[in-house]
Write a protein that binds this ligand. Sequence first.
Ligand code: ATP
Ligand code: MG
Length: 328
Amino acid sequence: MDLSMPREAMSSTISTPGRAGSAGNVVELNEVRVVFGDLVALDGLTLSVAPGEIVGLLGPNGAGKTTTMDVCCGLRVPASGTARVLDLDAVKSPRQLRANIGVVPQDSGLYPELSPYEHLHFAAALYDLRQPKARIEGTLRLMGLWDRRGQRVSTLSKGMRRRLALARALLHDPALLFLDEPTLGVDVQGRRALWEHILRLREEGRSVLLTTNYLDEASALCDRVAIMDRGRTLICSSPAELRRGAGVALVLACASATAQVAASLRARADVLHVAESSHCVRVRPVNEAATAQIVAAADAIAKVTSVRVEEPNLEDVFLALTGKALRE
Ligand SMILES: Nc1ncnc2c1ncn2[C@@H]1O[C@H](COP(=O)(O)OP(=O)(O)OP(=O)(O)O)[C@@H](O)[C@H]1O
Ligand SMILES: [Mg+2]
C-alpha cells in the first residue's frame, strides 16, 4: 500500500525564528505567549516549519516543547501571538486542523487493554475513513506491528508502543506530523527503527515538528533544530551550523592531577566550560585565540601529553547559549 502524499513543492528557504510570516510554511508561530497562572510557559515564541522539513525542538524539561506542540495542534489557546498551521488559524479552526495533522503525544495516549488493530480501527472510525481495512493492514505492516496486531498494548515493548502511536498518527495520511518525544524510553535499537520511519516521512514529502531531549536524535533527524529554553527559541538552524557557531573543544590528556587542572581552568575568563574524566580534561575556550594560553596553563600544572581538537556537539551549543547543561 502506498502511504505517500503528493509531494509538495519543497522549500529551499531556511527560515529563522525571526522570519516567520514568510509564505508557504506549514507551521507559523509568531510571538506566541502561553501562561499558566504566574508561570510563563511560552514567552513570545516564534517558529516556522517549511514543507518537507523536519524541525526539532530541543530543550531541557519544562522549556515549553509540549506547550508549543499543543498550540500548534489547537489544544492550547495562547494569551497572545498567532499560530497558523497548514494555512489555518489554530485557535479559530482547531477541528479542521486536527483532521489534517498527525499527532504522537508525549505519553503515547494508548489504551493498554486494546490491541494495535483495535487502536487503528477506532482511529479509522474517528477519521471516518472509507474501506479502512486495507489501510489498517498496510499501516500495521509498514510499522512492523502486523504480527502483534491482536495482542494487548500492555504486552508490547516501549518501542512497539511508540511505533503504534506513530502508525495511528499516520493512518489518515496527514501531510504534517507533530511528534512529542517520539523515542522516549525506547532502547537504542528501537530508537534506530523509529528514526528510519521518521526519515521516511520526509522522503514521502511530509513535514514534521518533533521534540526531543536527545542531542544525537536532533542531529540525526532534523533539517533544523530550534533550541528552546524558558519558553523561548534561542536559535534555530541546521545542526551543522549550530555546531559551527559553538566553536571547538580541546581534549587535554594529562599525566596526572586532572582535578587540579580542571579546577584551575574553570577559574579562567577565557574558558567557557570544563569537564574532566580520569585522564582527560575537556575544555571549551571562548575563542580559538585562547587555545595556546589554555594549553600552557594546563601544562604548567600537570604535564599535558596530547591535545585533541573536538567538534562541538549540540550539548556544547546549548551550553554556549544558556550557560547551563541541557540536563541540569
Ligand atoms: N497544564 C499546565 N498547568 C500548569 N503548568 C503547566 C501546564 N502544562 C505545562 N506547564 C508548565 O509549563 C512549562 C512548560 O511545560 P512543557 O510541558 O511545555 O515543557 P517541556 O519542554 O515539554 O518539558 P518536558 O521535557 O518535561 O516534556 C513547565 O514549567 C510546566 O510545568
Ligand atoms: Mg514535554
